[in-house]
Write a protein that binds this ligand. Sequence first.
Ligand SMILES: NC(=O)c1ccc[n+]([C@@H]2O[C@H](COP(=O)([O-])OP(=O)(O)OC[C@H]3O[C@@H](n4cnc5c(N)ncnc54)[C@H](O)[C@@H]3O)[C@@H](O)[C@H]2O)c1
Ligand SMILES: O=C(O)C(=O)C[C@@H](O)[C@H](O)[C@H](O)COP(=O)(O)O
Ligand SMILES: [Zn+2]
Length: 361
Amino acid sequence: MLYDVPVNLGERSYQIHIGAGVLDRIGGLCADVGLKGKCLVITDENVGGHYAEPVLQSLEGAGFSARLATLPPGEQTKCGDQVFSLYSECIKAGLDRKSFVVALGGGVIGDLAGFVAATYLRGIPFVQVPTSLLSMVDSSVGGKTGINIPEGKNLVGAFYQPQLVLADLDTLKTLPPREYAAGLAEVVKYGIIYDAPFFKTLEENIHALADVNNSELLAKMVGRSCEVKAEVVAQDEREGGLRAILNFGHTVGHAVENVAGYGTYVHGEAVAIGSVYAARASAELTGLSKEETERIEQIFKALGLPVTAPGLEWPALREALTVDKKTIGGMPKFVLASEIGAVTFGNEVPEALMETLWNGL
Ligand SMILES: NC(=O)c1ccc[n+]([C@@H]2O[C@H](COP(=O)([O-])OP(=O)(O)OC[C@H]3O[C@@H](n4cnc5c(N)ncnc54)[C@H](O)[C@@H]3O)[C@@H](O)[C@H]2O)c1
Ligand SMILES: O=C(O)C(=O)C[C@@H](O)[C@H](O)[C@H](O)COP(=O)(O)O
Ligand SMILES: [Zn+2]
């Protein structure tokens, strides 16, 4: 059965389809939204071994001509060199302006393949088939595509919406536990920024959350996360304001990823560290209570996520913050909470406090 969450963006609207054992529906769903002809399925070595064949079969079965490009796994793949090699793959696949790209994998593949689709021939359609928890609850939704450059995370990219998203919860059964936990960091984020009852439900189900065979709980968690993201994006597609709340924990999180070296901390882990930092800053500046600050810290710890990054020195992180997309006039901006479920964006943290908070983690 498919559970659908709509993303309402006028003529760029689409559906997120969530279900268990539904990967073989991809061909039919692509046909349903009017896609035709040729496509390039982009995946990585970990995901492709498990899921490329059923996806290709489903696409071919629905009358599409599909070619496969398989990339090395990991954050370092989200780079300019891979973009250019994928343009060549698009040519080899004979893609024209009516053709499309299928991103089959985690957020690295989704962001990269989406950026290729956004720029090849000035834009061809694309479809997201997320296979990591993080990509199901966050990166496949909302149209942020892009790559990292040595100076910083996601510094090159485009807003470009997919035609549809298909999340098969059964694919999570092969996801490594470390990556599953990392995805939970973005799930917790939705509770902190938007939905206090959801945060409480997560706290009360810590152990059940770790069970990828609990399809019912999984579907609820993925579904609610997608609903929150879709609601925020529908109000502010290109981050003129409100959408920045989805960046809670990311100001310091992105700096940690960059300074430690892409892949040392996976994205969700860096977000966990950045979220505890943001919670502590919120306690100092926006009235987050001691008790709620503690609850935020505890939930990340209980999920087995890091809340500190030993060995990373503040000056290097501070330098990385100067190129954060939220930094204006040299001052980094933070999403801060006044309580769990209520945040504001565009906050500055005094220079000395930024360093003190880092050294106190
Ligand atoms: N565009 C957005 O809105 C957005 C939102 C959040 C994160 N991101 C980006 O997403 C990326 C992180 O995504 P991620 O956490 O999915 O990382 P990822 O794509 O690197 O996937 C994590 C690891 O799990 C493997 N994997 C994925 N699905 C699997 C499966 N079903 N079975 C076995 N192995 C599997 C991958 O090969 C990889 O090794 C970062 O680059 C981050 O910046 C983007
Ligand atoms: O969709 C958004 O908006 C987000 O901020 C979601 C984040 O989880 C995600 O990591 C995103 O890629 C960050 O975007 P950036 O604009 O800070 O690079
Ligand atoms: Zn993120």
